[in-house]
Design a binder for this molecule. Sequence first.
Ligand code: BJW
Length: 249
Amino acid sequence: MLNSSEKIIPQLAAQLLSAQRIVVMTGAGVSAESGISTFRDSEDSYWSQFDPMTLASLDGFSDNPQRVWHWYQWRRQQIALARPNPAHVGLAHLQRRLPLYLITQNVDGLHQQAGSQQVCELHGNIFINQCVSVSCNYREQHQDNASDLITCPQCQQAYLRPGVVWFGECLAAERLEAADLASRDCDLFLSMGTSAAVYPAAGFAALAKQSGAQIIEINPAATPLSEHADWVIRAPVGSVFERLMPLLS
Ligand code: BJW
């Protein structure tokens, strides 16, 4: 059901206050108002400009590690300048007050910067480096001054790569399981700022729905989830939180 009337924000506030277990799934649209590009939805988005398999797959990295590393360096610089917006801040506030489990596909760490303590980072974190070799478990926090490719200091054989999940790669089992369990067990599932196109993340709303949860989508554009959602709020998520938070504080 599409509902963009003025009443929708008070209704959302009431749903949040009465829910027993809330799951929020965020995507790139939640960081768009912090100035970070999305992947698919506009001419400026990453996959409109660059080939995803060249930059976000292990094959792409193997073909040209330098190209991939530099792209991630450029994104790290953009992200380092970004600040949490009203949606990140509002969600952190809600997490302190309500039984809210936060799942994000974003790798930018802005939820944590806004004060969210527990965040299930499904696609990893761009400020982690890890050894590309599957037989080496080396991981480190990325240092700002590391602009060139780094050889793994542990195995000394392979390059470090960003600690994000690329196409064709499995998500970390413990995060996948935690997100799966929370989605099956919630009574309110909010999907915000995601095109709901990338699996397995896009499948969690369906798991929640099968368990009887209400599904609410916040996104200015239609997605494959829209027709399955109980309500859709067609607005930028920052403006929704600016109107929502005064009703909850
Ligand atoms: C706003 C807004 C505002 C804008 N307010 N909203 C089942 C079916 C079909 C395919 C598959 C399947 N299972 C697996 C696959 C393959 C693949 C996949 O899903 N492909 C699809 C594209 C078809 N999945 C995988 O490969 C995953 N791995 C996996 O499943 O492993 C098992 C396996 C192994 C081997 C073989 C097969 C399976 C891994 C997926 C990894 C995704 N990685 C990326 C890059 C991460 C690193 C990085 O950041 O560089 O993750 S791709 C990119 O997409 C990134 C995002 O997290 C992800 C989702 O994007 P998101 O967040 O939804 O952003 P957008 O841009 O798509 O949408 C933004 C939305 O915001 C838009 O709707 C706007 O309207 C909205 N918006 N402003 C509110 N102000």
